[in-house]
Design a protein around this ligand. Structure first.
Ligand SMILES: *Cc1c(COP(=O)(O)O)cnc(C)c1O
Length: 395
C-alpha cells in the first residue's frame, strides 16, 4: 500500500489546479503591466484572482498581496508591523514558542535590531492561553503574531479571542494561517485578524505562491524593490499561472472542506485510538482542538528518523518533525515547547493525512507503526535500560 501522510509538509496539486496552471501558461501568458490586449487581459485575470481570494476570507481585494508563499508573507507581515511600531516608539512583540521558523527567525532578526520579543508558552496541550496573552501586552507592544494551526502537532489556536484582545489594546494581530487556509473557515473581519499569511502548496495548489492579507490602513514594508506591481509593495512580474492555480485550488478546498473534515476526523480518531495501544507512547497536542488530518505521537526508546525510514519501506510517507528541520539532529522546537524532553521528542512521528484517507489505510498505518516500533525497540539500548529499570520511563 502507498500512503502519502505528509500533507503538512506539502500537498499534491489537484487536477483542477494543474489544468488551470497549464491553461494560463499556454493561453494567458501576457504581462499584466503591458498595455496591449493580452497584457490587459492578464491584468483582469489577476484582479479577478485577487477579489476571489479576498471574498473567501471576507477581505477586500486591495487587502490581498500575492507573494511567493508562506515564508515571504510571514516575513513581510512581521517586518511591516515592526516598522510601524518603530515609528511610534513601540518595540515589543508577542508571539509563541512553537511558531514556524519563518516567524521565529524573523523575530530573531528584529531582536538583534533592538526589539524585545516575548514568546508565550503553549503548555502541554499545545494551545495558547488568551489570558496569558492578555497579561503579556505592554504599552509598547506593536505586534502579536500567533499561528492559526501548528504545522507539527495540528493544534488550533483561539484566534478570534486573541484577535479581540489585540484590538481592545490597539495592537496589530498577525496570524500565520498557512496550515489553516483551505482547511478551516476563515473570516478575517469576524476573527479580528489584521494580517494573515497563506501558501498555495498546503491546499493542493502549486509551490512558490501564496498571499498576505493586510487590513487596509496597515502600511506594508517592501521586501522586494523594483516595480509598481502589487500596489508598489512587491516588485516583480506577477506569477499569474501560479496565482490563478492557487485560487482554483482554494475554491476547491473550501467547497470540499466540510466533507473532508467530517471524514478525516473519524479516521484521525481511529488512528489515535489504534496507535495509543503501543506501550509507552503519547499523543502530542490537544486531542480535540486539532486539525482533522493531524496525528502526532512520541514513542519512548526509539529514534524518529529510523521509524520514518522503515515506514517508507512499507510505502508510508510521514515526518518526524517539520520537513525544514529534518536532517538536523536538534529535536523539534514544537515538541520541546509542549514540554517533551529531548529523548522523547526524538522518537516522534507526524502523520498528516490526505483528503482520501480511510479506515483501511488507517489499519495499515497502525499495524505498520506497531511492527516497526517493536522492531526498533528490540535492539535499542535506550529501551533495554528502560525495561531493565536502569532508567525510568517518562511516558
Ligand atoms: C509551510 C509553512 C510555512 C512556509 O510556507 P512556504 O510557502 O513553504 O514558504 C509557514 N508557516 C507554516 C505554518 C507552514 O506550515
Amino acid at each position: 500500500m502507498k500512503i502519502y501522510a505528509d500533507n503538512a509538509a506539502t500537498t499534491k496539486m489537484s487536477d483542477t489546479a494543474i489544468a488551470v496552471m497549464l491553461d494560463y501558461m499556454q493561453n494567458h501568458y501576457g504581462n499584466p503591466s503591458s498595455l496591449y490586449m493580452i497584457g490587459q487581459e492578464a491584468k483582469e485575470k489577476l484582479e479577478q484572482a485577487r477579489s476571489d481570494t479576498a471574498e473567501i476570507i471576507n477581505a477586500e481585494p486591495r487587502e490581498i498581496l500575492f507573494t511567493s508563499g508562506g515564508s515571504e508573507a510571514d516575513n513581510q507581515a512581521i517586518l511591516s508591523a515592526a516598522a510601524i511600531g518603530r515609528k511610534q516608539g513601540k518595540k515589543h512583540i508577542v508571539s509563541t514558542a512553537f511558531e514556524h521558523h519563518a516567524v521565529l527567525h524573523t523575530l530573531k532578526k528584529l531582536e538583534s535590531d533592538g526589539f524585545e520579543v516575548t514568546l508565550l508558552p503553549v503548555h502541554e496541550n499545545g494551545v495558547v492561553d488568551p489570558g496569558e496573552l492578555k497579561a503579556s501586552l505592554r504599552d509598547d507592544t506593536c505586534l502579536v503574531t500567533v499561528m492559526f494551526v501548528n504545522n507539527e502537532i495540528g493544534t488550533i489556536q483561539p484566534i478570534s479571542e486573541i484577535g479581540e484582545i489585540c484590538h481592545r489594546h490597539g495592537v496589530i494581530f498577525h496570524t500565520d494561517a498557512v496550515q489553516a487556509v483551505g482547511h478551516l473557515p476563515i473570516d478575517v473581519k469576524a476573527m479580528n485578524i489584521d494580517m494573515l499569511s497563506a501558501s498555495a502548496h498546503k491546499f493542493h495548489g502549486p509551490k512558490g505562491v501564496g498571499f498576505l492579507y493586510a487590513r487596509k490602513g496597515i502600511r506594508l514594508t517592501n521586501l522586494i524593490e523594483g516595480g509598481a506591481q502589487e500596489r508598489g509593495k512587491r516588485a516583480g512580474t506577477e506569477n499569474l499561472p501560479g496565482i490563478a492555480s492557487m485560487v482554483a485550488a482554494l475554491k476547491e478546498s473550501v467547497d470540499n472542506m466540510q466533507g473532508v473534515s467530517e471524514r478525516l476526523t473519524a479516521v484521525r480518531d481511529y488512528l489515535i485510538k489504534g496507535l495509543s495501544e503501543i506501550p509507552h507512547c503519547a499523543l502530542n497536542g490537544d486531542a480535540v482542538f486539532r486539525m482533522c488530518n493531524n496525528v502526532n505521537f512520541s514513542f519512548e526508546g526509539i529514534e524518529g528518523e529510523s521509524l520514518l525510514i522503515l515506514l517508507d519501506r512499507k510505502g508510508i510517507s510521514a515526518s518526524s518533525g517539520s520537513a525544514c528541520t529534518s536532517g538536523s539532529l536538534d529535536p523539534s522546537h514544537v515538541l520541546l515547547a509542549i514540554g517533551r524532553v529531548h529523548e522523547v521528542a526524538h522518537g516522534s512521528l507526524r502523520l498528516s493525512l490526505s483528503d482520501d484517507a480511510d479506515i483501511e489505510q488507517a489499519d495499515y498505518i497502525i499495524a505498520s507503526v506497531k511492527e516497526v516500533v517493536e522492531y526498533l525497540r528490540s535492539f535499542s539500548p535506550v529501551w533495554r535500560d528502560l525495561v531493565s529499570g536502569k532508567s525510568k520511563f517518562i511516558l
